[in-house]
Design a protein around this ligand. Structure first.
Ligand code: AMP
Ligand code: GLY
Length: 425
């Protein structure tokens, strides 16, 4: 099969590395890809926002399957366009991608279908005064969310009323662009956060792993929110019984509800959960794999990823089984100093290739550029190191040992990835 992966991050590097192992694969393209991805796929210079260009390339190359990594092209309808051009694509159509593209849609959908989630109210700019009055009367903390895609900047967990009002101002004064035209004000959920990933074909959903992310930039879960600074899999809080409960109470009702509303969901469904005293509640849906969760989940996958994704596009996931290695995986993200704020580009990351002599260590590039024999850092999150092991402690030791061999004074990483899970053992 000829496969095209859309995207350029660490997630897409991990997708490409897994697809590469498939006996079904003949040629692997990635658009636009990256210096690191060029080691496993042929990179094609088409931007993720160039939907027309992606369709042209997929048609001209007679691609058998397009796998879309990031959310924006999904929300903007890349899969719809590919299908209209006769190209098979893995990922939701635009109408189903609204589960991530509009938090207001997600919340009203959850209410219609009895899916447990935080109580909320939705306001647009015309009802700004009502929103302000609601926030003033709301118990604290209160969560204020921009409706649309805001690249991780749209959610404020406000400990005091002033911060909640400031979040409303940011949204209604256009500082989040179109994403803030409407806001969701919701109840704060207590519990432990974890994520479950389901592979969906419009009717059936099968679990494809669990993970816990670390969103804050610095050790001790301090500092600004980021796209994710590290993750591990499996998530101990999502054991067999709890996973089954999430599938029964959240994932399967979502698949059934989306199909009943005429917008069946196929693709990766990322359920961001809060596991509280009264069970799991849905915090958010993403309509794609997580980054860096993909880099921590896929290295444990024993099944053929390409076979699974193809089955998903054919609506026959009920014939498939997903097998995992018993291993644990732990991924640490290395970022340029300054991220998630402003940072310099172009610093040299020394020692990157040298750590690949250990089969239990994998490196996924996110923002690197090849410059002769050197790797240069070109992004915020630059690469991720995944360690595998028979226990989480071993996986963690492998990842940190590999990082210690990389010389990059301009970069930083958290030294406490996995602390929550290790505290349990
Ligand atoms: P979201 O993009 O909706 O996942 O929100 C980003 C992060 O904000 C989540 O991963 C949680 O850590 C936090 N968060 C969002 N909604 C809530 C909530 N209702 N209660 C507690 N924390 C929340
Ligand atoms: N790591 C969080 C996300 O991919 O949304």
């Amino acid at each position: 099969m000829k496969v095209l992966v859309v995207g350029s991050g660490g997630r897409e590097h991990a997708l490409c590395a897994s697809l590469r192992r498939s006996p079904l694969l003949t040629t692997l393209f990635c658009a636009p890809g990256s210096g690191g991805i060029a080691g496993v796929a042929q990179c094609v210079a088409i931007g993720v926002d160039d939907l027309e260009g992606m369709c042209r390339f997929a048609t001209a190359e007679e691609i058998d399957l397009v796998v879309v990594g990031p959310e924006r092209p999904l929300v903007e309808g890349l899969v719809d366009r590919l299908e209209a051009a006769g190209v098979r694509a893995f990922g939701p159509r635009a109408a189903a991608a609204r589960l991530e593209g509009s938090k207001a849609f997600m919340k009203s959908f959850a209410r219609r279908h009895g899916i447990p989630t935080a109580a909320c109210r939705v306001f647009d700019a015309a009802r700004r005064h009502e929103a302000e009055a609601h926030v003033r009367n709301h118990p604290l903390p209160v969560v204020v969310k921009a409706d649309g895609l805001a690249a991780g900047k749209g959610v404020v967990v406000a400990e005091d009323t002033a911060s909640a009002l400031a979040a409303l101002d940011a949204a209604f004064e256009g500082r989040l662009g179109d994403a803030g035209a409407c806001v969701v004000v919701e109840e704060f959920l207590e519990g432990e956060e974890a994520s479950l990933f389901a592979l969906c074909d419009g009717i059936h959903a099968i679990g494809i792993g669990t993970a816990q992310d670390h969103k804050r930039a610095f050790d001790g879960d301090r500092g600004p929110n980021t796209g994710g600074m590290g993750a591990y899999s499996p998530a101990p809080i999502l054991g067999g019984a709890m996973t089954e409960r999430v599938m029964r109470e959240i994932v399967r009702p979502t698949l059934a509800g989306m199909a009943a509303e005429g917008t069946p969901f196929s693709g990766f469904l990322y359920a961001g959960l809060m596991i509280g005293a009264d069970g799991p509640r849905l915090v958010e849906f993403n309509v794609r794999f997580g980054d860096p969760e993909c880099q921590t989940v896929l290295p444990r996958l024993k099944s053929d990823l390409l076979g699974l994704l193809t089955a998903a596009t054919r609506g026959v996931l009920d014939t498939q089984e997903v097998a995992f290695a018993d291993d644990h995986a732990l991924t640490v993200v290395a970022a340029t100093r300054g991220y998630p704020g402003a940072y310099e580009k172009g610093s040299v990351v020394g020692g990157l290739p040298d750590v690949l002599d250990d089969p239990d260590v994998m490196i996924f590039h996110a923002g690197t550029r090849r410059d002769g024999d050197l790797w240069r850092a070109e992004g915020g999150r630059v690469f991720a190191v995944t360690g595998l092991g028979g226990s989480l402690a071993v996986a963690r030791a492998k990842a940190y040992a590999a990082l210690a061999r990389i010389c990059w004074p301009e970069g930083y990483y958290r030294s406490d990835i996995g602390w929550r899970a290790l505290r349990r053992t």
